[in-house]
Design a protein around this ligand. Structure first.
Ligand code: ATP
Ligand code: MG
Length: 464
């Protein structure tokens, strides 16, 4: 049975991996180069485990005369009895050659050109085997380009499957499965590392992180998702190389942040990121505030709640997670405005905008999410003001539910709100008459507040 939850491998998965490792003599030092070949019957994968789209992409490429394998996370996850998130195909066809094989295919990317083949809602990433870069002058700059620091700005040098394997990030991600002969080709001792629950980078760790600093984030992600240990050499250079993430585009880092936080293992990933000194690279405003117990609890709880929702197949939005991640910065910055005499609502709005402006330098949060974050934050103030028509208006706001969940999160982290969360929980459960009675029973707002607030009323009140 496949199981998409993190951490929990089928009970016999590790003993099965141990049997394979023993049979193949993986514990002994390697004498020959080339892959370990794991024939049918010696591994748990069946061609039927592939999605139809993945099978069709492999057979389409083969019928057109190319080599094709499924590779990477899908092979790793199938070996572990987990449900693959997606299927990636590696081939000796160039992107142009692969594109013409399929009706709905598109070449995407510049730094790393690949082909997306679409089958209904499923997209298969088809990657041409990559090779090492030579420093020979005259190379086409769209094929190979490297920064002074060693970062690969273009990674489009094509090569053989052996070379491709050595260009992949971790040993457990360099296993190729060929559905036609139902055989696994393990190029970097990934099977041994799977069995030992070790995440090992291929090649010299510091060089590989310099080539692509995002590999450090991927290390944190896989260690958390799979509950693997980073091997010592993979771990060692991370703290020193972490600042290289500053050279990665904010758009790519936003995408990566979603993979880190929305994979069902956000809490474990967050803890890995902190241990590896990577969290501060992604969230520089939040990281220094985590010594504060409330902030630390708030973020951990947000991660825990996100995992629970994902694992219950409930919807999660990046806006909510980001709203939580930036809440500490907002609270700190808000003091700056209230000290100047600004109204609480105005201070909250300005502090929110400031936090977002800073954050998007690191992770380019799309506007649809920043808008929603601002609404969630602003509703925190409005959830408090329940007199008259206020409660009804807040309740009918499209972001009410997210804002209410955010209020509960603040309470879970230890904020004292005089039972505000409970009040709103009840409000949602009762009928209209009872709601009116709940509002009528509230203490009257102090007079004088209103005048002060209205004088400074900000333009962008989202009240509907
Ligand atoms: P998942 O899809 O479960 O998140 P994955 O390992 O499949 O994990 P993908 O991002 O889908 O990750 O990448 C597919 C494969 O491509 C990886 O398994 C790895 O072999 C290779 N790969 C991806 N990103 C990099 C990278 N930055 N450097 C080297 N190899 C990479
Ligand atoms: Mg994948």
């Amino acid at each position: 049975m496949l199981d998409s939850r993190p951490y929990f491998f089928a009970p016999d998965t590790l003993s099965m991996l141990r049997r394979i490792a023993k049979k193949l003599g993986l514990s002994k030092k390697r004498k020959t180069s080339g892959p370990h070949i794991v024939p049918p019957g010696s591994h748990p994968i069946e061609p039927a485990d592939l999605s139809r789209a993945a099978s069709e992409v492999v057979s389409g490429l083969e019928q057109a005369g190319y080599k094709a394998y499924v590779v990477g996370g899908c092979v790793r996850d199938l070996m572990l009895g987990l449900k693959p998130k997606d299927f990636d195909v590696a081939t000796d066809a160039t992107p142009e050659q692969a594109k013409v094989v399929f009706r709905r295919a598109q070449i995407i990317g510049r730094r790393f050109r690949i082909v997306h083949v679409r089958f209904g809602r499923e997209v298969i990433e088809v990657t041409t085997f990559r090779a090492h870069h030579t420093s020979s002058p005259g190379n086409d700059k769209n094929l190979s380009r490297q920064s002074k620091e060693g970062m690969l700005l273009r990674d489009n040098v094509f090569g053989s499957i052996d070379e491709d394997a050595s260009r992949r990030d971790f040993s457990v991600n360099a296993m190729y499965y060929h559905p036609t002969d139902n055989t696994i080709y393990d190029y970097a001792d990934g099977l041994k590392d799977l069995e030992q629950k070790t995440l090992r980078i291929i090649g010299d760790a510091a060089t590989r992180y310099r080539e692509d600093p995002v590999r450090m984030l991927r290390a944190a992600r896989f260690a958390a998702k799979l509950d693997f240990e980073l091997d010592a050499k993979t771990f060692a250079p991370i703290a020193e190389c972490a600042p290289l993430l500053g050279d990665i585009s904010s758009a790519r880092l936003f995408d990566e942040s979603l993979k880190l936080l929305m994979s069902g293992a956000a809490l474990a990933t967050y803890e890995q990121l902190r241990q590896l000194s990577l969290f501060a690279e992604l969230f520089p405003q939040t990281a220094p505030l985590l010594d504060d117990d409330f902030y630390q609890k708030l973020i951990s709880q947000a991660m825990r709640n996100t995992d629970a929702r994902i694992n219950n197949r409930q919807r999660v939005t990046p806006a909510f997670i980001y709203a939580a991640l930036l809440w500490p910065a907002l609270i700190e910055q808000r003091k700056h405005y209230t000290d100047k005499g600004d109204s609480p609502l105005y201070a909250l709005q300005q502090a929110g905008s400031d936090a977002i402006q800073q954050q998007i330098k690191r992770t380019a949060i799309p506007r649809r999410f920043t808008t929603m974050m601002k609404e969630i934050w602003e509703l925190q103030a409005r959830l408090n003001r329940r007199n008259g028509q206020n409660a009804e208006r807040v309740f009918s706001h499209p972001r009410f539910r997210a804002a209410y969940d955010f209020l509960l999160l603040r309470e879970q982290a230890g904020e004292q709100t005089q039972g505000l969360g409970e009040w709103w929980t009840l409000y949602q459960e009762v009928d209209e008459d009872e709601r009116e009675a709940m509002v009528a029973a509230l203490p009257r707002p102090k007079s004088g507040n209103k005048r002060r607030r209205s004088r400074r009323k900000p333009k962008a009140d989202h009240a509907s």
